[in-house]
Design a binder for this molecule. Structure first.
Ligand SMILES: [Zn+2]
Length: 636
């Protein structure tokens, strides 16, 4: 049986005091969320919910496969409502709530009498609903709207949207399943499974959990649903545009999958749902399937930034160790969804491996997707650029924009977990909460300037003296971490990445933790051919990059770092409101004799150069210029 020991402390119960995250959160609240609503209006996504008749011409033309990304506008709206609702937990906002209520009214009006709700099908081709689960995102749209409804209900107590969505889920529950007359279908883009588990946790309605389990377990069985469905439409299943059911992880049943394949975001949502179900159902077999996939992703298919999916054509995975830097796809959504998965794995087993990846993706692969100004984005997150990659203000497929805003608005929910007699800290940086431990109310306040500083203070204030565990995550890079309780040094003996301090805690107790945070070099497995002879720089949870703005004098690709050159961390107040940069004495490679020739028998000369690196998530916030994470390394 899976033991349900540690549960997350929901973000709304955690006060975010972290200077790092407060600043990002403020940008998301004041700029990102309002601007996203304006964009959804501008592109027509909000208008489409009003079901104008006749429907206006397509704003996004069909592609060569006959598909328009407009078909998943509902998901963008749902995700915006979710992000905005998380923002409301920090600060109620009548204007935002009025905007959400207006959308909810439109959704209620658009809903069919039988509960079905999809702006594309209701507005354009109602006779074709549920005929192409493989491509047309109906269940995905439903999932995101449902997550939005749950978040809005939790934030405001208003249940109109939740009622609308419960009716829709009732409809879906009658439509799909193994009963007589039901379709044996499942989502072409996984997502609704996560939403259904959330709905089950909110309402206790077991049918929602069963439906999520059905969608996960039916996936990939023979006869293959998408083949049958294509035949029923009169299409040739062999002409499937993606070429393989690996694309949506339906090539074999999920419990038999040991290698992560196909579209990365679909894969991450599926794995997140598998972990949810393993926990809720105590399903050890499903848990083992999650663990096998986790091993595969983290030992052979993940970028050093926790980006996932190197290839653009399938927006996903290729072969083990195939991690090209300049052409990396590494969709922001995939790193956000990796955080969802890691967070769920962490609650199957309180193991620092999961928290490590969760934090890596948070500070790097995911956060990179949002510009400092809060209104520009990256969809793909390459680890190298020759200068042509710029952030965009919107995307024909804006999935990543609301994924990163809902993440930042709820980031405090990833910080801590509790059991009956323990509190575990996964993230540092400034988080406060009050939880019940060993039957006593306890205020837990963590204060630090993490990730810039490794010095952490934790104040523990129980209403009455109480004995419980304080579990501190000791990251893999924090070698030699030390701690003290009320000034008295305590031995740290981390087990599975967590050091446990168990004692009778009293009001006013304070723990100090020094994680040690050296700037260090990272090397890739030699099978990652693109990174051979290269090193990446890291300090704490932050992966660094070199950008031309800090390294003038030519493309950063001509910089090389001697292996023995010390790395100096230095605080810069003049950049981005304060940032820790890394500096080293490096070399710039210039043509040797025969300058100007494309090839020469002379090796290039190496001129002295100062290398300046800054956190990867901050790149492309200044003018155009080259960037590189993996820097060439020189002997010496
Ligand atoms: Zn995306």
């Amino acid at each position: 049986m899976t033991r349900r020991r540690y549960s997350p402390v929901p973000f709304a119960q955690v006060k975010l005091t972290s200077p790092f995250w407060r600043e990002r959160l403020e940008t998301v609240l004041t700029r990102t969320i309002p601007s996203q609503h304006a964009k959804l209006a501008e592109v027509g996504a909000l208008e489409s919910l009003k079901l104008p008749q006749p429907p206006p011409p397509l704003r996004i033309p069909r592609n060569s496969h006959g598909l328009s990304t407009q078909i998943f506008w509902d998901s963008d709206v749902g995700k915006w409502i979710e992000a905005a609702s998380y923002a409301l937990a920090h600060r109620r906002d009548a204007d935002i709530e009025a905007k959400i209520d207006a959308i909810v009214d439109d959704l209620a009006r658009a809903q069919s009498p039988d509960g079905y709700l999809n702006s594309w099908y209701n507005g354009r081709e109602p006779e074709k609903r549920w005929t192409n689960l493989r491509d047309n995102h109906e269940l995905y749209n439903a999932g995101h709207l449902l997550e939005g409804a749950i978040a809005y209900f939790r934030a405001t107590g208003r249940r109109k949207m939740l009622d609308v969505m419960e009716r829709y889920v009732d409809h879906i529950g009658t439509m799909f399943g193994r009963g007589p007359g039901q379709k044996r279908g499942y989502p072409g883009h996984q997502e609704i499974e996560l939403a259904l588990v959330k709905l089950y946790r909110l309402t206790g309605d077991r049918r929602r959990l069963d439906l999520a389990a059905y969608f996960i377990d039916e996936r990939g069985h023979q006869p293959h649903y998408y083949t049958e469905e294509a035949l029923a439409r009169g299409d040739d299943p062999a002409s499937y545009w993606a070429g393989t059911y690996e694309y949506n992880q339906s090539h074999i049943p999920v419990r038999e999958q040991t290698r992560m394949v196909g579209h990365a975001v679909r894969a991450m949502y599926m794995a997140s749902a598998m972990a949810d179900l393993a926990l809720e159902l105590g399903d050890e077999n499903l848990k083992r399937a999650c663990e096998a996939l986790w091993r595969d992703v983290t030992t052979a298919q993940m970028y050093v930034t926790a980006g996932l999916g190197p290839k653009d054509t399938n927006e996903g995975f290729t072969e083990p160790y195939d991690l090209p830097n300049e052409t990396a796809y590494a969709e922001t959504c995939a790193s956000v969804a990796l955080i969802f998965w890691a967070h769920r794995m962490l609650h199957l087993d309180l193991d620092g491996r999961y928290a490590e990846v969760m934090e890596l993706a948070l500070f790097n692969g995911a956060l990179t997707g949002l510009a400092r100004d809060g209104v520009h984005y990256f969809y793909a997150n390459p680890l190298e650029s020759r200068g042509g990659r710029r952030r965009w203000a919107w995307h024909v497929c804006p999935c990543c924009t609301m994924n990163v805003s809902r993440l930042v608005a709820s980031v405090a929910g990833y910080a801590l977990s509790v059991s009956e007699d323990g509190v575990a800290l996964h993230l540092y940086g400034g988080f406060e909460t009050t939880v019940t431990l060993a039957g006593v109310k306890v205020a837990v306040r963590e204060t630090s300037a993490y990730p810039w500083s490794c010095e952490v203070r934790i104040d523990i204030d129980p209403e009455a003296p109480a004995t419980f565990d304080l579990k501190l995550r000791i990251p893999e890079w924090a070698k030699g971490a030390i701690a003290a309780v009320n000034g008295e040094k305590v031995a740290l003996a981390p087990v599975n990445g967590y050091a446990t301090i168990r004692r009778r805690w009293r009001k006013g107790d304070a723990v100090t933790l020094d994680l040690k945070m050296p700037a260090e070099r990272i090397y890739a497995h030699p099978n990652v051919r693109m990174d051979v002879g290269r090193t990446a720089l890291r300090r704490g949870p932050l992966i660094y990059c070199v950008e031309e703005a800090d390294n003038p004098g030519g493309p950063v690709q001509t910089l090389a770092l001697p292996r023995s050159a010390p790395l100096d961390a230095g605080w810069r107040t003049d950049l981005f409101g304060g940032v820790m940069t890394l500096k080293a004495s490096a070399k710039r490679l210039v043509p040797g004799k025969g300058a100007g020739a494309l090839y020469s028998t002379e090796p290039p000369a190496a001129e002295d150069a100062a290398l300046v690196a800054l956190p990867y998530h901050l790149w492309a916030n200044r003018g155009p210029g080259s960037m590189q994470v993996w820097v060439a390394e020189l002997d010496g």
